[in-house]
Write a protein of this length. Structure first.
Length: 106
């Protein structure tokens, strides 16, 4: 009896392709998040925070796009991608907290 997902398991090239598509979406979300934080900080006249967020957006884009071609199943490049994106998410959270506290206090 055939399983429901047996056709997907037979195509060894589909999983790496789906993984790369997922990383592309994650990269896009991280860059757009940084840009959103930069615009929010700029609207609150927080020049330094806006500059940090804009630089983070560019840095994440450059770092991740640099590492993506080296990614292959079982390789170590995908851990670098994960660290870069995780770092961007942590930075976004920190900058978001700064903007929120500034908005509440002032």
């Amino acid at each position: 009896m055939r399983g429901v997902h047996s056709d997907l398991d037979a195509d060894g090239g589909a999983q790496p392709q789906r993984t790369m598509l997922a990383w592309n979406r994650t990269l896009l979300a991280a860059v757009l998040g940084c840009a959103t934080v930069a615009f929010a900080a700029q609207r609150q006249q927080m020049v330094v925070t806006a500059a940090v967020a804009a630089c983070a957006a560019i840095a994440v884009l450059v770092l991740v796009l640099r590492d993506m071609p080296a990614w292959h199943e079982g390789g170590s490049a995908h851990y670098r991608l994960m660290r870069h994106v995780a770092g961007a998410v942590v930075l976004l959270a920190g900058l978001g907290v700064v903007i929120a506290v500034r908005g509440i206090l002032g």
